[in-house]
Design a protein around this ligand. Sequence first.
Ligand code: NAP
Ligand code: ZN
Ligand code: ZN
Length: 349
Amino acid sequence: MTAALGYAAPAAKTPLGPFRFERRAPGPHDVRIEIAYCGVCHSDLHQVRDEWGHGLFPMVPGHEIVGRVVEVGAHVQGFKVGDLAGVGCMVDACRTCPACTEGLEQYCENGFTGTYNALERDGKTPTYGGYSNHIVVDESFTLHISPKLDLAATAPLLCAGITTYSPLRHWKVGPGQKVGVVGLGGLGHMAVKFAHAFGAHVVLFTTSPGKAEDARRLGAREVVVSKDKAQMKAHVKSFDFILDTVSAPHDINAYLALLKRDGEMALVGVPDTPPTLQFQHLIFSRRKLGGSLIGGIRETQEMLDFCAEHGIVSDIELIPIAKINEAYERMLKSDVKYRFVIDNATLGA
Ligand code: NAP
Ligand code: ZN
Ligand code: ZN
């Protein structure tokens, strides 16, 4: 065991503060990563406040982890000491079910092991996330990070990046399509960048008129202020695909009405109360409503490689760990451009 220092919520709805704990010594297939940066996902906030229930406390959040390998187990083949490495939302899965064997570990039929707020496969050891100085992870759940990209701005790709890349690929977003992104936060701004990079005509829906200029810079061709009924009406029955990234309860029916016949909308945001569905929006135009969860390890590597090739990273605000509680409050006010990233060096020793 090795001593680790992190920031934890001691209990639900309690501010985060310094927390000392232990990490396992690397097993034969493990790497130890000294964490340089960790992105701050709205899922961290949902879980720290126990909005999804069943939270395990003390909780060290963080699943957008980048850093350098400082130790490797005897049988590790893909990493060596000094390599850049990343860890996303999963640190393990059953590895044998149909989903795992297809490389879709996020849909593991026996439940994947979350990077935090979860138990290891032994069913008793809690996992602690990236608001900490180092982490030990099986190399099969460790990603390669390109030195070409700014490291701090790469961290959010591990969750916000893959969570938007995966559905945009799954629903085959590309040239000739009109694609909507709802919400310009951490996930939303990555969705705009990817949908634009895939060649779609991107329309950003926002509740924050002040974000319009940024949205255009990030790749949106049009910006719609969703509270403005006339602006919404102008887009009725015109979208091929809409990706909804909103973290709070809102009316999804207003967006379903904007899809063409046979158009599809996917939800990735996870508000604490489920939306109400007006079925006629689906039935009368044969539309489909779906959802998507992060992405598998193979696809996460594909996304990171795509980003390295195309120079795509997140737009970030770097914060010291001591500002994490304040960052959560700002996130709740949609006041983040467009992802907070913790400088883990500020954890101290
Ligand atoms: P975020 O950075 O806080 O962004 C959420 C955005 O939603 C805000 O910036 C805001 O955009 C919009 N919004 C907030 N409150 C709203 C309201 N009341 N009505 C309408 N729009 C509102 O959050 P995030 O980190 O991107 O995460 C978004 C959601 O995705 C969270 O629920 C998170 O848990 C979930 N998530 C899901 C997965 C998955 O695998 N499916 C993975 C990661 C995260 P505007 O200011 O532009 O309106
Ligand atoms: Zn996340
Ligand atoms: Zn599995």
